[in-house]
Design a protein around this ligand. Structure first.
Ligand code: PMT
Length: 417
């Protein structure tokens, strides 16, 4: 089910120009199925109109502290208690000061005093105002009161100055809000994830690679972060930036991915590894240091390839050797097959000795490389053969992380025979 479906979000709007971005936040929340209650401050209403807020939220705007409550209408205490989240965007310097002082001089601040559930603030102000000791003092005070913050970011400001003070972008605010509300089944866990392709260079301008976009691994990293895990993402050369909060380890070749994965894993910091990367099985035996010139070679070239180390098999072997003491660790591999996927996957599970293997037939419609959807069959050494339907990669990732969390939190399953 959609995460936001049925959730109720109060969106407080302070008096700052960044309020125009809050309209997009409201639009996206509504589109995702949330009920949105806009609560602008009087200053906020100078930047966005009541009519705009009402149209986007699809319901009434709450703006007055002292007004007569009609039958069936909620007072501010009820309003504050009922919502799943109070999001304040933009949170201005003045609003932060009033919140820190515990003032209740408008509906939003009154509602915040009555609030007992999660509150997320997205500050936006001039860089000098943000770095001012008074604002920093208020920030520390609000954080110790349990208010969560996202941003501000650095960049150019509407006032023409550059620095830290820009309100976080709508997508970032929504992701932070989602992470705040999501159940934390992997809290305190650390996960190593590989994603994307590797590149094996022939010379400084040419390489051998594959079609992996990194999306599957990216979604798994995102799902793990949402459930509270700390994530190290080893990412081959792809166009995407890493998900918010992941520690990025950019790599290019299979050897680089092997070295980085093994070095990190052998530190014994991780509870699980999920290897979705499409690692090149072979690399050119000789990499030319200068561009291979057409005129300087015969018309036909024979390319000598040498095998790359198998990261998944090495990781599993090392873990089995060192598993006797300490916490159990779970290793999940992916198998990209092109026909007879289940049988080939079962053989791969035995060969590579990982705990779980997610088999995907990359020739099936909507599956595998570059697509936004995938269909996997999850197998283990104890007879599990679970075929999942074609799902958005986001949902495949969510289900895989739920399976991992269940196994980590109930470590009664036998290790591979
Ligand atoms: O990135 P996307 O565009 O979203 O596409 C997703 C995907 C198709 C890449 C992903 O779902 C997937 O199937 N990843 C595994 C790709 C792969 O290399 O499969 P394989 O069957 O060749 O390898 C099996 C496992 O061994 C994989 O976990 C792989 O990371 C690992 N391996 C492979 C070779 C090697 N030298 N070292 C490895 O660790």
């Amino acid at each position: 089910m959609n995460f936001w479906q049925g959730k109720q979000v109060i969106v407080g709007i302070g008096g700052g120009i960044a309020a125009y971005k809050t309209l997009e936040v409201i639009r996206r929340l509504k589109e995702a199925g949330a009920a949105v209650i806009p609560v602008p401050t009087p200053a906020g209403l100078h930047f966005v109109t009541e009519l705009t807020l009402q149209s986007l939220a699809g319901g009434p705007v709450h703006k007055e502290l002292l007004h007569s409550i009609k039958p069936g209408e909620m007072d501010h205490i009820q309003l504050a208690r009922k919502a799943d989240l109070v999001l304040i965007a933009p949170t201005t310097a003045d609003l932060m000061a009033r919140m820190a002082a515990g003032q209740a001089d408008d509906l939003l601040t009154t509602l915040l005093l009555a609030r007992q559930g999660p509150v997320l603030a997205a500050p936006a102000m001039n860089p000098a105002m943000w770095s001012h000791p008074a604002t920093q003092r208020n920030l520390a005070c609000l954080q110790s009161d349990g208010i969560h913050f996202i941003g501000p970011e650095s960049g150019s400001m509407a006032c023409g100055e550059t620095g830290t003070g820009r309100m976080a972008e709508p997508a970032t605010i929504l992701e932070a809000a989602r992470r705040l509300l999501a159940p934390k089944s992997l809290a305190g866990r650390r996960i190593l994830i590989t994603a994307g392709p590797t590149r094996e260079e022939l010379d400084p301008v040419r390489f051998i690679s594959n079609h992996s976009s990194g999306k599957m691994g990216w979604e798994i990293a995102q799902a793990a972060l949402r459930t509270g895990a700390q994530v190290d993402l080893l990412l081959g050369p792809v166009a995407m930036p890493p998900p918010l909060g992941a520690t990025l380890w950019p790599v290019v070749s299979a050897i680089e991915m092997f070295d980085t994965t093994m070095n990190l894993w052998q530190k014994n910091l991780y509870d699980a590894a999920i290897l979705t990367a499409a690692v090149a099985d072979y690399r050119p035996e000789h990499r030319q240091t200068k561009k291979i010139k057409k005129g300087e070679i015969p018309t036909e070239i024979t390319l000598l390839l040498t095998p790359n180390p198998d990261i998944l098999a090495s990781l599993s072997a090392w873990t089995r050797e060192h598993q006797t003491h300490g916490k159990p660790r779970i290793i999940i591999g992916f198998a990209a097959e092109t026909g007879d996927a289940l049988n080939k996957g079962l053989a791969k599970l035995i060969r590579k000795q990982c705990d779980l293997l997610a088999i995907n037939d990359v020739t099936a419609p909507g599956c595998g490389f570059g697509s936004d959807t995938n269909a996997i069959t999850l197998i283990d050494h104890h007879g599990l053969q679970e075929a999942w339907p074609l799902l958005p990669k986001e949902q495949v990732a969510q289900r895989l992380i739920a399976t991992l969390a269940h196994r980590l939190n109930t470590p009664t399953l036998e290790p591979p025979p």
